[in-house]
Design a protein around this ligand. Structure first.
Ligand code: ZN
Length: 141
């Protein structure tokens, strides 16, 4: 079980969730939307929807970013929490919102074709111009 708070001070947190079950390791998304949202890339874990429980939703808001997905965030503090596809049974979890230590590792990079020029990827992990098309999956299922 992982507990997560979008704020460092749990007592002030307006959104909380729990994941009971495996988390996928982290995929860094370098798409233009993640750049705007996270300041650079978006580090995403993932879990099955049935294993995610929202335990406090006072500040939770959803923004539909496309026909296929919405993003969950805290409207009080602005923390990013989720990338939730409508049609799939798993939700992306913004890894920085998890309470650490997470035990997760970074698996690779997606949408590198949209990466800005002000940083380099030097970790030697797999890179994909766009989506990994399911190649970057491990044990969350
Ligand atoms: Zn992205």
């Amino acid at each position: 079980m992982k507990l997560a708070w979008p704020l460092a001070a749990a007592s002030a947190a307006r959104c909380r969730y729990e994941v009971r079950g495996p988390l996928r390791d982290v995929v860094n998304c370098h798409c233009s939307m993640c750049q705007r949202l996270h300041g650079s890339f978006g580090p995403h874990s993932k879990a099955r929807k049935v294993n995610i429980t929202i335990t406090k939703a006072d500040g939770l808001a959803w923004y539909k970013t496309s026909e296929v997905a919405q993003r969950g965030f805290c409207r009080e503090c602005g923390s990013s929490l989720f990338w939730e596809p409508f049609e799939l049974d798993a939700t992306g979890i913004i890894a920085g919102s998890l309470d650490g230590p997470t035990g997760l590792k970074t698996m690779g990079h997606i949408f590198v074709g949209e990466k800005p020029d002000f940083y380099k990827i030097v970790d030697g992990l797999p890179q994909f111009e766009g989506s990994s098309n399911g190649e970057l999956v491990n044990d969350y299922k």
